[in-house]
Structures are given as structure tokens and as C-alpha cells.
Design a protein around this ligand. Structure first.
Ligand SMILES: Cc1cc2nc3c(=O)[nH]c(=O)nc-3n(C[C@H](O)[C@H](O)[C@H](O)COP(=O)(O)O)c2cc1C
Length: 207
């Protein structure tokens, strides 16, 4: 159920054949009239990443199918087997090779949760050096709705790049969650991170 960990980015990161919502590649079996909105949950290596099942369960209850894309570092923070069993899809973390089938259908919406300082800053700067970043960078041009739930500590948030990155994401119509940075030196446990906010920011809708 894993994809390859090497290879170059020869595909559209989200699996679309070209830009525009009318030309989206869907599998032959997914009828427009019956399929559910497909949510990508992009998981970064933040302290609460292991609880991503909370968002997956909430999205299922909200009538969506879910595929998880993890940054390479986040793979060490999540229970990959459990996520794959719950979603029914492989966790993606690296690009596929030419000729390999697309492991996930294209997304109708994307939730980046939890989003690290690292990934937020690279995303805003247009750096695409992980599959997760490739997907979210490209989603802007494709018009895929995206929400981001940052999970950073106060020391990270104090860096001037962070406010500029959030400002740029706002300008890109990314819907930014309300979680406030947790205290530096803690993992933020008990800081009230609301996974469901991603779903509130992204009402279920087919593209
Ligand atoms: C146990 C642990 C907890 C971490 N928690 C956070 C966090 O809550 N937020 C954050 O921005 N970075 C956190 N980091 C740092 C990130 O893991 C690190 O910046 C990493 O490079 C992020 O990679 P990614 O954005 O590609 O997932 C944590 C690191 C460790 C080892």
C-alpha cells in the first residue's frame, strides 16, 4: 500500500491531467452523481499528528471520503497502518513513478492539519520539495479549496517569516484555522486544537 520514495515530479501532484475543474481525472468507477466529496488530509510532523484519526473520523461522519498525504517526517508521527485501514487508501508521502497508477482520486478539498511552521513557510514561498507541498502549491492554481490548521509554538510563531507566510496564504484564499500557538517547550497538549474546524472551513462539495 505504499508508493515509491524516489522519483521525479513528472505528474500533476493532485493527479489532474490539466488545469481547470472541468477536466479533472476521475476513475471510471466514480460516478459524479453518487461519489462523495474526496478530502485530502495533509499531515505534517507536529506534536499532535498522531491524533489525525479524529479528523478522518469526523470527515467520514460528514459524508466525505478521505486520503492522507504525509510529509516524509510526519510518517514517523502517525500510525500509517491504522490510517490506511480507516481510510481504505494508501498514505502517500512521495511521488509515484511514471506509469504507476494514481493511489488517490483527485481532491475536492484539502485540509492541511496539523500544519507545521516548516511546511507553512515553504508552502507560502512556493517551495515544492515534498509531495505534500507539491499538492498544496498546485491546488491554488487548480482552484481546489484548502484549509490549514497551524500547530506551532510561540517561539516559532515569533519568527517574522511566519506572519508573512500566513498573510500570503490568506491572500491565496486559503482558510486559516483559529488555533493560537502553544507555549514553546511544550507539545501543546490540552491547547484546544479543534480538528473539526477544517471541516467547518471546507463545507463538503464536489468540484
Ligand atoms: C516531537 C516533536 C514535536 C514537534 N512538534 C512540532 C509542532 O507542534 N509544530 C511545528 O511546527 N513543528 C514541530 N516539530 C518540528 C517539526 O517536526 C520539524 O520542523 C519538521 O521538519 C517538520 O516537517 P514537515 O513540515 O515536513 O512535516 C516537532 C518535532 C518533534 C521531534
Amino acid at each position: 500500500m505504499t508508493d515509491r520514495t524516489t522519483g521525479t515530479a513528472t505528474e500533476s501532484a493532485t493527479g489532474t491531467k490539466s488545469t481547470g475543474s472541468t477536466s479533472r481525472a476521475r476513475s471510471a468507477s466514480s460516478s459524479r452523481s453518487t461519489r462523495k466529496p474526496f478530502l485530502y488530509v495533509v499531515v505534517c510532523a507536529a506534536g499532535n499528528a498522531g491524533d489525525v484519526g479524529t479528523l478522518i473520523d469526523a470527515a467520514h461522519a460528514d459524508g466525505r471520503d478521505v486520503g492522507v498525504v504525509a510529509t516524509p517526517h510526519a510518517l514517523g508521527f502517525i500510525d500509517r497502518a491504522a490510517v490506511e485501514a480507516t481510510t481504505g487508501y494508501p498514505v502517500r508521502s512521495a511521488w509515484r513513478l511514471p506509469g504507476e497508477p494514481r493511489p488517490l482520486p483527485p481532491p475536492d478539498a484539502i485540509a492541511v492539519a496539523p500544519a507545521t511552521f516548516n511546511t507553512i513557510n515553504k508552502w507560502a514561498a512556493g517551495i515544492s520539495d515534498t509531495l505534500a507541498l507539491g499538492i498544496v502549491c498546485e491546488a491554488y492554481g487548480l482552484g481546489v479549496p484548502i484549509a490549514v490548521l497551524p500547530y506551532v509554538n510561540g517561539a516559532q510563531a515569533a519568527h517574522p517569516a511566519y506572519a508573512l507566510s500566513l498573510e500570503r496564504l490568506h491572500a491565496m484564499a486559503v482558510r486559516v484555522g483559529s488555533h493560537v500557538p502553544h507555549a514553546a517547550g511544550t507539545n501543546g497538549a490540552g491547547s484546544g486544537f479543534r480538528w473539526e474546524e477544517a471541516l467547518e472551513l471546507l463545507p463538503p462539495k464536489l468540484l
